[in-house]
Design a protein around this ligand. Structure first.
Ligand code: ADP
Ligand code: MG
Length: 274
């Protein structure tokens, strides 16, 4: 549920898009004239039917959209213009200031390297840490996401972990360099209900304790009702509705707002069974 934390205004926003757009190499529009903002320490839910451009939006902010795609308009991240930026700009932000958490943790891990190697690589690249200091920070990060026996985990390969453990470890890796913005694409979709809740609570804690901002793509309105402050609805590469989650729950107007209310009520029934 929204906690009313850090109500964003456009002037203080961490991320601010104005007429942001993305075209495929063949000229077909993928994102059209998006205008939205994300405040510091705010969680903005992004929902919308499959193919509406949610994943391409997140990827484009890291300069990783489909090959040949071209972004236009404006999307400023802490003063840095990301629209139409070149690879050096994206590289300076990626991992260190903007991190991404994908739906399927297996896709994001290199199967041939231990968890230690993959975590310490991030610490070396972004924080200049090596050796024992890096190992200690990596173990600390694993413990912080609720993983037991971090020393043992560091020696393991991704396939030796369960799906839920892999997603927790992925979250530990994403936030290792203490990014200001986390882009999360359906981060709980592939998980069982208990692990889903644990990951969502971790996201809420990261925002609370580190003031991290999160752009959270999900098709699950229960997820939005639980952790997002505001929600943005996308259809065919456009924003069709934006609102504060609390307001939408109190005064559901549009179809998505009503569905959101139903999801929140379902969540309540699940948590407080009669
Ligand atoms: N690699 C790609 N090449 C060409 N078009 C793509 C590619 N990936 C996605 N698209 C198109 O971009 C649009 C947005 O897709 P996507 O961002 O994946 O949607 P969502 O995440 O909301 O389901 C869709 O029309 C999809 O067909
Ligand atoms: Mg997607």
């Amino acid at each position: 549920m929204s906690c009313g934390h850090a109500m964003a205004t456009e002037s203080t926003a961490l991320l601010c898009a104005r007429g942001y757009s993305l075209r495929r190499a063949d000229g077909m529009p993928v994102l059209q004239e998006l205008s939205f903002h994300l405040g510091r320490g705010e969680i903005l839910g992004v929902v919308g039917e499959s193919g509406s451009g949610k994943t391409q939006l997140l990827l484009s902010l890291l300069g990783l959209a489909m090959r040949g795609a071209c972004s236009g308009g404006s999307c400023r991240f802490d003063g840095v213009e990301l629209a139409g930026a070149g690879e050096p700009v994206y590289r300076s932000q990626r991992g260190k200031r903007i991190a991404m958490l994908f739906q399927d943790p297996l896709l994001s891990w290199n199967p041939c390297l231990t968890i230690r190697t993959q975590l310490t690589e991030v610490l070396h690249a972004h924080c200049g840490l090596r050796g024992r200091a890096a190992d200690a920070r990596a173990a600390e990060a694993l413990a912080a996401v609720g993983l037991a026996q971090p020393q043992r985990l560091l020696r393991q390969y991704p396939h030796e972990l369960s799906g839920g453990m892999r997603q927790r470890a992925m979250l530990a890796m994403a936030v290792l360099a203490e990014p200001d913005l986390l882009l999360a694409d359906e981060p709980t979709t592939a998980l069982d209900a208990t692990t889903q809740l644990a990951i969502l609570d971790l996201l809420a804690r990261l925002r609370r304790e580190r003031g991290m901002s999160i752009l959270l793509v999900t098709h699950d309105l229960g997820v939005v009702a639980r952790v997002a402050d505001r929600v943005m609805v996308m259809r065919s590469g456009q924003i069709v509705e934006t609102g504060e989650v609390g307001t939408m729950l109190r005064q559901p107007a549009g179809g998505y707002a009503r569905a959101l209310l139903a999801a929140a009520q379902q969540l309540e029934r699940r948590e407080f069974p009669q």
